[in-house]
Design a protein around this ligand. Sequence first.
Ligand code: UN1
Length: 507
Amino acid sequence: MTALPKASELERMARDAVTRCGVNLDGPTLDRTVTSPINGLPIGSFATNNDVDEAVARAREAFATWRVVPAPIRGALVRRLGALLSEHKEDIATLISLEAGKITSEALGEVQEMIDICDFASGLSRQLYGRTMGSERPGHRLMETWHPLGVVGVITSFNFPAAVWSWNTAIALVCGDPVIWKPSEFAPLTARACAALLDRAIDELSAPRGLSQVVLGGADVGEALVDHPDVALLSATGSTRMGRLVGPRVAARFGRSLLELGGNNASIVTPSADLELAIRGIVFGAVGTAGQRCTTLRRVIAHEDIVDALVERLAATYAKLPIGNPLEPGNLVGPLIHGGAFATMGNAIGAATAQGGALVVGGERRLADEAPDAYYVSPAIVRMPAQTDIVRQETFAPLLYVLTYRDFDEAIQLQNGVPQGLSSSVFTRDQEESERFMSADGSDCGIVNVNIGTSGAEIGGAFGGEKDTGGGRESGSDAWRSYMRRATNTVNFSGELPLAQGVEFSV
Ligand code: UN1
């Protein structure tokens, strides 16, 4: 393995990438530094901008114009954003790697997800369908029309610092809504680069500038968006703890919220499973993005007949995982976001062993001599005798618990026996098991997969989960409905005035 890059090299890469995307670095006073998890050292600085009132005022102004622009024309703006993202795919991916620590292939995948949602949204701009229903009254038409909703606030997390913004923004823009983005404090450069590309598209198409704004800062900035009466929809991705604060506050002002919160995703491995395939799915799910996806695989629920063989093979694969600089081709596991994440993982392993678990592999800090401020870790597997308290919590790190089951009902009970409900999967060749898993009394998650892992969803489906995951749905399918308001129209062309439900009211 080659040495980690020097701080100056990462700094230069960051500066070059943001500049190529059109960010003007000579902006206002830069009052905060950005640190790369690759070496734990500063790679740039940014200016906090916490004037949410001002941003909302500009967004409202943009909304007044944008909501009456025909949706297919709004789609052209998103199509152009997609083209600019394709052109700058490597720049944005570099920034994602620098700020979130993602390996290059996954960072490029994140940008691909952005390009894909732009494609989806531009097609959607001609498909914002309402329904017509048969009216019970003669000479009447009953129908639904969808209209732009208003200002959308988007709060994103460090682990998908660009894609989650694009899921919201591409859909919001074709739906006629302006977006105010509060990105993660860990990824302001990625945010500025993405926003600069959208600004360029906005200028080229003479759309209003207030359609896209970024507010940078800490929790106070997010809270100002949460509480602002003119933010019609607040879409927030983060921990369940954050969602518990955000959801009720938005609801108290009768705003809408779309919450994507914690997951505690499981894969069931049955005796008929193709073990080779299951292992590949499990490893990508558990150690991809260094275990820091909301869809990361956190629990394997394996049948007692195959659990030993499975754990043995997983442990052998884990022992060979290339861990290190995410920018270096070949490495599969990059750094954790910060020391706090490493401490949380260590504490969870400690709690798991205290609760009867046996550490099979992993948990050691890596590359600490070379980069004392960066936190690389060997992904860990812990075998658990039962689904104890610690297993029921989401630990945002590459820590995989293995549980054992005897019959399939028990496996489903274990899968559902956690507070969170984002993603789940079953590895089986038994059709009854796979159908049962996807049925009404099967997995209770928003994402239910067969013979693939829990992470890496495509943008075409609705993305989100139940229970402590918050219930929101973003991205494809009909998730666009959250970004619009519905009007029910009754049109009378009969020349009479019959009342519904047969009511007589002659004056
Ligand atoms: C997240 O971790 O917040 O399904 C989003 C996946 C990605 C999105 C993850 N497409 O893993």
